[in-house]
Design a protein around this ligand. Structure first.
Ligand SMILES: C[S@@+](CC[C@H](N)C(=O)[O-])C[C@H]1O[C@@H](n2cnc3c(N)ncnc32)[C@H](O)[C@@H]1O
Length: 181
């Protein structure tokens, strides 16, 4: 995908591992599905999963709003700097700083027939947005869709997957669901 990196990385002494929101088993499964593949990731946060995918994938496009997040009563400031730090040196990784809804429009604008082998969804976990992400990103004709946080703690994610696929996942590693398309 010919989408260019927008900003040069900045430096800090933190590593992506410091920021991981996935279990070791989920990371291992994620990497196995993404190895040598073209991948779109929705929801990058501080770049832990992006770095893991970027190290093994042919190409990775990361999509994230990188806006401050509400976490309970706390506000997490934008994670863009940490994300850039995580993907430093990975020339196969690009990103779009925008909502997944806006990003799919951009992708269609750049590519007449957009294509990615794997779509990894870990963005907005509400039923409505997760369903929209599935509906939008099936348009890049992936062979595999991975959905993180397929768990009782995120009922919206499970409901959206059920609505969209009308079946249980083809595989589940902790809360990483796998659907073959
Ligand atoms: C759970 S975190 C992603 C974690 C990351 N995949 C990892 O494992 O390190 C969710 C991310 O999704 C992003 N996000 C939420 N809603 C979004 C949307 N509609 N479009 C794009 N990104 C979104 C947030 O900014 C946040 O960084």
């Amino acid at each position: 995908m010919e989408l260019e990196r927008q900003i040069k990385p900045v430096h800090s002494n933190k590593t992506a591992q410091d920021y991981s929101l996935m279990t070791d088993k989920e990371m291992a499964a994620l990497k196995s599905y993404c190895t040598d593949k073209t991948v779109i990731e929705i929801g990058s946060f501080k770049g832990a999963s992006s770095k893991a995918i970027g190290k093994v994938a042919k190409r990775l496009l990361c999509i994230d709003k990188f806006e401050p997040l509400k976490w309970g009563d706390a506000i997490i400031p934008s994670t863009l700097a940490e994300f850039l730090d995580s993907i430093e040196g990975l020339d196969n990784v690009s990103y779009l700083k925008m909502s997944s809804d806006d990003a799919i429009e951009q992708i269609h604008r750049f590519e007449k027939h957009p294509k990615a082998d794997v779509v990894f969804i870990d963005g907005d976990h509400s039923y409505k947005q997760c369903l929209r992400d599935l509906q939008h990103y099936i348009q890049v004709h992936p062979m595999v869709i991975l959905v993180h946080d397929y768990s009782y703690m995120f009922g919206g994610v499970i409901a959206a997957c059920q609505e969209f696929f009308n079946r249980l996942p083809d595989g589940l590693t902790d809360s990483l669901a796998v659907y073959f398309v």
